[in-house]
Design a protein around this ligand. Structure first.
Ligand SMILES: [Zn+2]
Ligand SMILES: [Zn+2]
Length: 147
Protein backbone atom coordinates (compact mmCIF):
# COMPACT_ATOMS: atom_id res chain seq x y z
CA UNK A 1 0.00 0.00 0.00
CA UNK A 2 1.40 3.42 -0.91
CA UNK A 3 2.24 5.60 2.03
CA UNK A 4 -0.12 8.54 2.47
CA UNK A 5 1.45 11.78 1.32
CA UNK A 6 2.08 13.74 4.48
CA UNK A 7 1.00 17.34 4.71
CA UNK A 8 3.83 19.77 5.23
CA UNK A 9 3.93 22.59 7.69
CA UNK A 10 4.26 26.15 6.42
CA UNK A 11 4.58 28.75 9.16
CA UNK A 12 2.42 31.40 7.52
CA UNK A 13 1.15 32.39 4.06
CA UNK A 14 3.47 34.40 1.80
CA UNK A 15 2.84 38.16 1.91
CA UNK A 16 2.86 38.34 -1.88
CA UNK A 17 1.70 35.59 -4.21
CA UNK A 18 2.60 36.83 -7.69
CA UNK A 19 5.66 38.41 -9.27
CA UNK A 20 6.57 39.63 -12.75
CA UNK A 21 9.26 41.64 -14.54
CA UNK A 22 8.35 45.30 -15.04
CA UNK A 23 7.73 46.69 -18.52
CA UNK A 24 6.17 43.54 -20.01
CA UNK A 25 2.44 42.87 -20.01
CA UNK A 26 1.59 39.81 -17.93
CA UNK A 27 -0.29 38.19 -20.82
CA UNK A 28 2.97 37.82 -22.80
CA UNK A 29 4.77 36.04 -19.99
CA UNK A 30 4.93 32.32 -19.29
CA UNK A 31 4.28 31.34 -15.71
CA UNK A 32 6.32 29.41 -13.20
CA UNK A 33 4.44 27.88 -10.27
CA UNK A 34 6.33 27.81 -7.01
CA UNK A 35 4.52 25.53 -4.56
CA UNK A 36 3.96 26.72 -1.01
CA UNK A 37 6.24 23.98 0.36
CA UNK A 38 9.00 25.12 -2.02
CA UNK A 39 8.46 28.70 -0.88
CA UNK A 40 8.77 27.62 2.76
CA UNK A 41 11.95 25.64 2.02
CA UNK A 42 13.54 28.75 0.48
CA UNK A 43 12.45 30.91 3.38
CA UNK A 44 13.80 28.60 6.08
CA UNK A 45 17.03 27.63 4.39
CA UNK A 46 18.10 30.57 2.25
CA UNK A 47 16.48 33.47 4.07
CA UNK A 48 16.59 32.38 7.72
CA UNK A 49 19.78 30.37 7.24
CA UNK A 50 18.61 27.15 8.89
CA UNK A 51 20.43 23.89 8.26
CA UNK A 52 18.54 21.31 6.19
CA UNK A 53 18.15 19.28 9.37
CA UNK A 54 16.46 22.14 11.24
CA UNK A 55 14.36 23.19 8.28
CA UNK A 56 13.07 19.68 7.61
CA UNK A 57 12.02 19.37 11.28
CA UNK A 58 10.29 22.73 11.05
CA UNK A 59 8.28 21.54 8.02
CA UNK A 60 7.64 18.05 9.44
CA UNK A 61 9.29 16.26 6.53
CA UNK A 62 12.29 13.99 6.06
CA UNK A 63 15.69 15.40 5.29
CA UNK A 64 15.86 13.87 1.74
CA UNK A 65 12.42 15.30 0.96
CA UNK A 66 13.63 18.71 2.08
CA UNK A 67 16.71 18.43 -0.13
CA UNK A 68 14.51 17.68 -3.16
CA UNK A 69 12.20 20.57 -2.32
CA UNK A 70 14.91 23.16 -1.91
CA UNK A 71 16.67 22.08 -5.11
CA UNK A 72 13.47 22.43 -7.13
CA UNK A 73 12.68 25.75 -5.50
CA UNK A 74 16.11 27.20 -6.29
CA UNK A 75 15.82 26.06 -9.92
CA UNK A 76 12.46 27.78 -10.29
CA UNK A 77 13.67 30.97 -8.65
CA UNK A 78 16.74 31.28 -10.85
CA UNK A 79 14.68 30.46 -13.95
CA UNK A 80 12.32 33.27 -12.97
CA UNK A 81 15.15 35.80 -12.66
CA UNK A 82 17.08 34.72 -15.73
CA UNK A 83 14.28 34.15 -18.22
CA UNK A 84 11.79 36.83 -17.22
CA UNK A 85 8.66 34.81 -16.61
CA UNK A 86 5.93 35.50 -14.11
CA UNK A 87 5.99 33.59 -10.86
CA UNK A 88 2.97 32.46 -8.91
CA UNK A 89 3.11 30.88 -5.46
CA UNK A 90 0.37 28.29 -5.00
CA UNK A 91 -0.40 24.64 -4.33
CA UNK A 92 1.59 21.99 -2.48
CA UNK A 93 0.52 19.58 0.26
CA UNK A 94 0.70 22.08 3.08
CA UNK A 95 -1.13 23.61 6.00
CA UNK A 96 -0.42 26.93 7.70
CA UNK A 97 0.36 27.22 11.41
CA UNK A 98 -0.32 30.95 11.45
CA UNK A 99 -2.28 33.32 9.29
CA UNK A 100 -1.57 36.79 7.97
CA UNK A 101 -4.22 39.46 7.54
CA UNK A 102 -3.95 42.62 5.50
CA UNK A 103 -6.04 45.71 6.12
CA UNK A 104 -7.25 47.34 2.89
CA UNK A 105 -7.70 50.69 4.64
CA UNK A 106 -4.40 51.24 6.48
CA UNK A 107 -2.28 48.65 4.55
CA UNK A 108 -1.07 47.08 7.83
CA UNK A 109 -0.32 43.37 7.77
CA UNK A 110 -0.52 41.33 10.94
CA UNK A 111 0.08 37.72 11.96
CA UNK A 112 -2.33 35.66 14.00
CA UNK A 113 -2.63 32.03 15.07
CA UNK A 114 -4.47 30.05 12.35
CA UNK A 115 -7.23 29.21 14.84
CA UNK A 116 -8.01 32.86 15.54
CA UNK A 117 -10.11 34.59 12.92
CA UNK A 118 -9.47 38.31 12.73
CA UNK A 119 -12.35 40.43 11.45
CA UNK A 120 -11.36 43.90 12.64
CA UNK A 121 -8.02 45.61 11.96
CA UNK A 122 -6.23 46.06 15.33
CA UNK A 123 -4.66 49.30 14.08
CA UNK A 124 -7.54 51.22 12.49
CA UNK A 125 -10.61 49.09 13.36
CA UNK A 126 -11.57 48.69 9.70
CA UNK A 127 -13.43 45.53 8.74
CA UNK A 128 -11.97 45.54 5.21
CA UNK A 129 -9.56 42.71 5.97
CA UNK A 130 -7.92 40.27 3.59
CA UNK A 131 -7.30 36.76 4.95
CA UNK A 132 -4.11 35.54 3.26
CA UNK A 133 -4.49 31.84 4.16
CA UNK A 134 -7.95 32.08 2.64
CA UNK A 135 -6.58 33.58 -0.54
CA UNK A 136 -4.33 30.50 -0.89
CA UNK A 137 -7.36 28.24 -0.42
CA UNK A 138 -6.69 27.40 3.24
CA UNK A 139 -8.53 27.87 6.48
CA UNK A 140 -10.51 25.11 8.12
CA UNK A 141 -8.14 22.44 6.72
CA UNK A 142 -5.28 24.09 8.68
CA UNK A 143 -7.37 24.55 11.82
CA UNK A 144 -8.28 20.85 11.78
CA UNK A 145 -4.71 19.74 11.02
CA UNK A 146 -2.55 18.42 13.86
CA UNK A 147 0.89 20.01 13.72
ZN1 LIG B 1 -6.30 48.98 9.30
ZN1 LIG C 1 -4.81 24.07 5.23
Amino acid sequence: MPRKKKDRTVNQPPLYGEFKPTGVAAKYLNQINLNLDEYEALRLSDYQGMSQEEASNEMNISRPTFTRLIENARKKLVEFILTGKKLKIEGGNVHFKNNVYKCFDCEQMFVSDIKTTVVICPTCSSSAIKNLAGSFGHGKCCTDHEF
